[in-house]
Ligand binder design. Structure first.
Ligand code: DC
Length: 225
């Protein structure tokens, strides 16, 4: 049985970068499942399909050849032969990913692929429904969160660093809207699994969060990770 560690949590909780660091510490791969929904969203946008049109998205998704590869231990996300790892990080794709990920047909395909990927290697998998739905048997589950204000502050600071200045109030409003969508959708909404360890990172440094997760893995697997 491969080592599977599930990390779920809301937008801006720092899942991706924490997951990267933990995976490096444990010398295992990190599967960012959000990137897969983003790749579907890019395909939908390129096909001229409205991400809010469930039927059209379901049909279009059947032709989205999403796949994940690892190069030097880092995830590359592909659409067919094209590496779209960088292209899926725009605001337009984020908004479309939030919409397409709410459709059951899209989720069915992605969940199936994610289970298949997780079967074959020791992995840390991050997303919204990993501990509750994709890998309910995962022996270590983390629910990583922080207050909406702190998550919005972190996101705001990242945007300033990139030279994009959206007012903090707008960042907070958008984050609250995404939380509401992720938590209220009918299929696989974001929620904490009953057996997940909750880590509230509001007053923690990234190093402390990484340490807390590595400790939890060590406790379970009984070895120095
Ligand atoms: O983590 P992210 O922001 O890159 O995710 C992009 C979108 O995909 C986001 O709106 C939530 C959704 N998502 C999901 O519904 N289930 C997952 N396992 C991962 C992401």
């Amino acid at each position: 049985m491969p080592m599977n560690i599930a990390i779920d949590g809301p937008v801006g909780a720092g899942k991706s970068s924490i997951a990267d660091q933990v995976a490096r510490r444990l010398n295992i791969l990190h599967l960012d499942t959000g990137a897969m929904y983003r790749a579907v969203a890019l395909h939908v946008l390129r096909s001229g399909v409205n991400p809010l049109d469930e039927k059209a998205v379901a049909a279009c998704c059947e032709h989205a050849d999403v796949c994940v590869r690892y190069v030097d231990g880092a995830q590359r996300t592909l659409l067919g032969e094209e590496d779209v790892t960088a292209l899926i990080r725009t605001g337009e794709v984020s908004a479309a990913a939030s919409a397409v990920s709410s459709w059951p047909a899209v989720r069915r395909r992605m969940v199936c692929m994610q289970r298949e990927i997780a079967k074959h290697a020791d992995m840390l998998i991050d997303g919204r429904d990993i501990g509750t739905n994709v890998l309910p048997e995962a022996p270590v589950k983390i629910y990583l969160t922080a207050t909406p204000e702190e998550r919005a502050r972190r996101r705001y600071r990242q945007q300033v660093e990139k030279g994009e200045e959206t007012p903090y109030e707008q960042v907070l409003a958008e984050l609250n809207a995404r939380d509401a969508r992720d938590m209220s959708r009918a299929t696989d909404p974001l929620r904490q699994a009953e057996d997940a360890v909750r880590i509230d990172s509001t007053d923690m440094t990234p190093e402390q969060v990484v340490e807390a997760i590595v400790r939890r893995v060590e406790e379970h697997y009984g070895r120095k990770a």
